[in-house]
Structures are given as structure tokens and as C-alpha cells.
Write a protein of this length. Structure first.
Length: 131
């Protein structure tokens, strides 16, 4: 059993790298991440943000949704998207610091602003209707 683990390690060291995900599994994984992020935002909205004013709760939910759902490229040489929050953190920690993560953080800021704007707009629209 221990010998087969060494064989995989030697294959990787010799340059025989294989794709970890097919395009179908990539799409499934990204959809599962986005579904989990949306469900997490919904749970946070109903458990924590419902205690706040409706406008503030929806604005915070929109901003959090923007932060969790923002896509970006993992690096300059890839053509697949990844969650910007995860990409930014990993690039800061493991791939060259803040300079490597600037694109991900730019996407995070932009999508947080868009999410906040949508949350404020939805909050204003839902509280302006008569009961």
C-alpha cells in the first residue's frame, strides 16, 4: 500500500501530470459552490440579518452574496474561473503575495459593491410597497 503512494509521487515528479477535473466535473463543482454560497447567504439572512432593519439586512446580504459569488481567473495563464475569495486568499498566502492577488481582490471589491447596490435596491423596493 505504501509503495503505490510512492509510485504516484514519482510519476508526478517526472512530469506526468494529469488534469484533475474534466470540464463536466468543473461545471458541477462550480455550481455546487455557488449553490452552497447562496444557501449560506439565505441562512445568514434569515438567522442574523432578519434582526436588523429590512433595508440593512438586505444590503448586508447583497454584499455578502457579492463577496461569495464573485468569479475570477485563478492565475493569468488559466482559462477556468474560481471563486475570487478563495483565489485571493490562496494567492496572498502561497503564490507571491498581494501582487498576485490584486485581480481577485479587485473582482471582490467590484462584486461586493454590485451586491450592496442590488441589496439596497431590493430593500428599497420591498419596503416601499404598502402592506
Amino acid at each position: 500500500r505504501g509503495h503505490s503512494g510512492r509510485r504516484v509521487l514519482f510519476k508526478c515528479l517526472r512530469g506526468n501530470l494529469f488534469d484533475m477535473m474534466t470540464s463536466a466535473s468543473y461545471v458541477i463543482a462550480l455550481c455546487l459552490y455557488w449553490s452552497a454560497a447562496l444557501m449560506g447567504c439565505w441562512v445568514l439572512h434569515t438567522v442574523w440579518f432578519s434582526r436588523l432593519s429590512p433595508r440593512l439586512g438586505r444590503a448586508l446580504t447583497g454584499m455578502l452574496s457579492g463577496l461569495l459569488l464573485a468569479p475570477c481567473y485563478a492565475s493569468a495563464d488559466t482559462n477556468t474561473l474560481a471563486p475570487a475569495l478563495i483565489t485571493g486568499v490562496f494567492n496572498v498566502l502561497f503564490a507571491g503575495g498581494y501582487e498576485a492577488a490584486q485581480g481577485a481582490f479587485l473582482m471582490l471589491g467590484l462584486s461586493a459593491l454590485i451586491g450592496l447596490t442590488v441589496g439596497i435596491f431590493v430593500g428599497r423596493m420591498s419596503t416601499s410597497r404598502p402592506n
